[in-house]
Design a protein around this ligand. Sequence first.
Ligand SMILES: NC(=O)c1ccc[n+]([C@@H]2O[C@H](COP(=O)([O-])OP(=O)(O)OC[C@H]3O[C@@H](n4cnc5c(N)ncnc54)[C@H](O)[C@@H]3O)[C@@H](O)[C@H]2O)c1
Ligand SMILES: Nc1ncnc2c1ncn2[C@@H]1O[C@H](COP(=O)(O)OP(=O)(O)O)[C@@H](O)[C@H]1O
Ligand SMILES: O=C(O)C1=C[C@@H](OP(=O)(O)O)[C@@H](O)[C@H](O)C1
Length: 546
Amino acid sequence: MSDAGMQHPVAVIIGMMGAGKTRVGREVSQMMGLPFKDADIEIEREVGMTIPEYFSRYGEPAFRKVESDLIRRTLDEFGGLFALGGGAPMTPATQDALADYIDGGGRVIYLQADPKEAMERANRGGGRPMLDGGDANARWMRLYEQRDPVFDRIANVHVRTHGSTPQMAARKVMNMIEERVVHVGVVSADDYNVRIGEGAMNHLAPVLGDKPARIALIHTQPVQRHSDRARALLRQAGYEVSDIVIPDAEAGKTVTVANGVWERLGAEGFTRSDAVVGVGGGAATDLAGFVAATWMRGIRYVNCPTSLLAMVDASTGGKTGTNTAAGKNLVGSFYTPAGVLADMTTLASLPNDIFVEGLGEVAKSGFISDPEILRILEEHADELRGFDGATFLGTPLEDVVAELIERTVRVKAKHVSADLKEAGLREFLNYGHTMGHAIEKMEHFRWRHGNAVAVGMVYAAELACLLGHIDRDLVDYHRSLLASLGLPTSWNGGSFEDVLAIMHRDKKARGNKLRFVVLDGGPGRMMHLDDPPADAVEEAFHRIQH
Ligand SMILES: NC(=O)c1ccc[n+]([C@@H]2O[C@H](COP(=O)([O-])OP(=O)(O)OC[C@H]3O[C@@H](n4cnc5c(N)ncnc54)[C@H](O)[C@@H]3O)[C@@H](O)[C@H]2O)c1
Ligand SMILES: Nc1ncnc2c1ncn2[C@@H]1O[C@H](COP(=O)(O)OP(=O)(O)O)[C@@H](O)[C@H]1O
Ligand SMILES: O=C(O)C1=C[C@@H](OP(=O)(O)O)[C@@H](O)[C@H](O)C1
């Protein structure tokens, strides 16, 4: 983020006196190998006296002018971590400078220490003219009541450090600095961001925006520890939370479950100023999105995906829905979230097999659009296949997975931004799904989605090769890469006739004609394959049977 020759801070820290802006800021700069600047120290250096001396000699207005001028200059010429003085953000000129900095992609981090802790620390050291005269605690609290709402509004990142040591607080700040953000454009509704990183869930309150009075927190039992954290964050931010546990996985993705939630919302008086938060795997976020899309014909919702597949695929793009007896995802709505918070700390409890199936959709995105994903998967296949949530966080693999998640979400964002309702381009996201969905149905959904899609991609590659669109080497590469990740590449669970009948009911089919999406030449180049020759469709099926 730099204009010609200019530098901008990696982050600016604001907060009350004693919040730890200097102490925590220095810790973060050391952890990240960045230079650190404290605005107060820079001001004293510039004016050649201490701040108390300057206050007594020239008064606060003169000080705020010097301070805002220095802050504006530093924002345009310093590339490290920059901590402001406690009162700085109250100055309109500084607020304008910070707004410009955020517009340029900057992060203004509001370090939200526990008021009692910060007040005690601020009054411990003295040398703070704003606390002089009278009861320092009372003065601190009065300043807090004035400043907190302003800081909350100005900052685009909020980090609560209640009860944290300087090192713990620094880690939280660093996670927010290292967070990845993918912007998703939406033609017919509001754009939104997918935030990926440890602590992404901290954005819940800012993303929900105007305080809805109530939040329906929809989640499943296996992610209870993560929904507990979401609930705590929401309640600390002042929301009323209705806790709604739904059946796990596909059992929770039904109209019956949705009806039970609608009943709850009705009984508790949910209105259009209220919102939904979905925490869990793709099935939970699909159901939560469907409830949000239908309650009063649409209320805001935020997805907090907790599985790899939900992070890279299900939570983004606005497809919400439920299954019916006739099949998966047959009832639903295109309805986009206010935001997606992919908090990587939730992966700590994700079982290995659920992580691995999510790699199927990651690989798919590599084949259809971003070959760099394939290279990363190939390079780290062993570690990825051996994923262990208990030891994952803080390891180099976490950075690899964060990169894969960001890249895969970018692929999805590109397709859904251009074609929300799947009229054409978005169908490329269905690579491997025609056969994949047939396998899921034939297996009565005992096969996980990502695993079925992996076999489906091998099938699509065989079909494309039979019709001369790709060479044999690329088909073999599908098998070798997917197998190296621990994904299946063949299936023997049913007859071609049964599979064919199901493929004819695929949403891409038109009339009695099958439609596939396949590679055209190589990774990143896709084409629609309409009504392929029947013998090729069958031969490709026999080639995925071991
Ligand atoms: N809307 C879309 O665009 C879209 C895209 C792809 C998939 N989907 C849907 O998503 C679903 C598949 O998503 P999924 O693979 O996440 O399956 P899932 O939601 O069934 O979750 C898989 C299992 O993992 C558990 N789990 C999830 N996160 C966990 C965590 N952090 N710790 C411990 N356990 C955890 C769940 O409780 C569940 O038991 C399917 O219903 C599919 O149709 C939707
Ligand atoms: N999270 C923390 N835990 C314990 N002590 C802290 C913490 N943050 C700051 N401190 C201590 O509190 C005092 C004030 O911290 P400082 O960084 O100067 O606050 P600020 O710059 O926000 O006014 C310092 O003595 C610092 O070491
Ligand atoms: O957002 C989309 O378009 C997708 C929705 C899902 O497919 P279905 O719509 O076939 O369920 C998903 O599995 C696929 O990866 C992409």
